[in-house]
Design a protein around this ligand. Structure first.
Ligand code: YH5
Length: 278
């Protein structure tokens, strides 16, 4: 069971978290209002396609991306959260800034998705004082430099120990375990081999007793494996996320919601959840 504000999920089937980016469109900048409207329209489309949760993000954490000020991130994200919240949707906000967390908690978000796993000063306390869920992600280093030669002696143990420590810190601060989600952070300070080892052994994280989120959608590991550019990685992403489900993933963070939903329908029919053998 996962408690996210006024919502709860039983987790008897994998959930789809649809990615909603609110970043200025680099071609024709039609202004902030247009970016907000596009993001809301896109989010509503993802819900029609079967998204259970919408992950709204206003800062790019792609390797090498520019930093965004708190004020700019709020101007992008807050109006989108407010609009979607009015529709009764489950909103997650992808942010590492406590100042952004405070405002979106107030605006009706259901989950904080933090690539820093609440390590910024004040972040744990803010979430503890709310009833939101939080996704704790592993990242080695920081976004600007994390992909320059990441090294581990044992990537599985290091990621597992880090996440166990963050679960502990959250519980100590008063965040109940049924509000926590963990994530190995595919692509965040990891080589292809690290990513594959984490995916292959994802069930070593599920035994920490909190739902595991997997997010590989369009990432460069899929590009390396297929030789395809970012806009042609949909099929590869479905394969990777289905492999994660087979190893116990509870939530899938994806751009391509419709394709993921079809794959899960087929998988669930085979698995026969809730039915006895004929
Ligand atoms: C994640 O894994 N990722 S933002 C590079 C790409 C494509 C996509 C083209 N936020 C995660 O999606 N939150 C991001 O290459 C996340 N888990 C969680 N919990 C990066 C992203 C992306 C990066």
């Amino acid at each position: 069971m996962l408690c996210c504000g006024k919502f709860t999920f039983t987790l008897d089937r994998p959930l789809i978290m649809g990615i909603v980016n609110v970043t200025p469109d680099s071609f024709s900048d039609g202004g902030r209002l247009k970016n907000v409207r596009q993001a809301v329209d896109h989010a509503l489309h993802l819900v029609e396609q079967g998204a259970d949760i919408l992950d709204v993000g206003g800062e790019s954490t792609r390797p090498g991306a520019e930093a965004v000020s708190e004020a700019d991130e709020l101007k992008r994200v807050l109006p989108v959260v407010e609009a979607l919240q009015k529709e009764g949707l489950v909103i997650s906000v992808d942010t590492r800034k406590p100042g952004v967390m405070r405002e979106v908690i107030h605006a009706g978000a259901a989950m904080i998705n933090d690539v820093m796993a609440l390590r910024e000063p004040g972040a744990v306390e803010l979430v503890a004082d709310s009833d939101l869920a939080v996704c704790l992600m592993h990242m080695k280093g920081e976004p600007r430099t994390m992909q320059s030669n990441p090294a581990y002696s044992d990537v599985l143990s290091e990621v597992r120990d880090f996440l166990a420590g963050r679960i502990n810190a959250c519980e100590q601060a008063g965040i109940a375990k049924n509000r926590l989600v963990i994530d190995p952070g595919f692509g965040f300070g990891k080589t292809l081999e690290h990513n594959l080892a984490l995916l292959r052994h994802l069930n070593r994280l599920t035994d920490l007793g909190v739902p595991v989120l997997a997010g590989m959608s369009r990432k460069s590991m899929l590009g390396t494996l297929t030789g395809k550019p970012v806009e042609q990685r949909e099929h590869a992403g479905i394969a990777a996320h289905l492999a994660a489900v087979l190893r116990g993933a509870a939530i899938l963070r994806v751009h391509d919601v419709e394709a993921m939903r079809d794959a899960l329908m087929v998988w669930q029919a085979i698995e026969g959840a809730g039915t006895s053998e004929p």
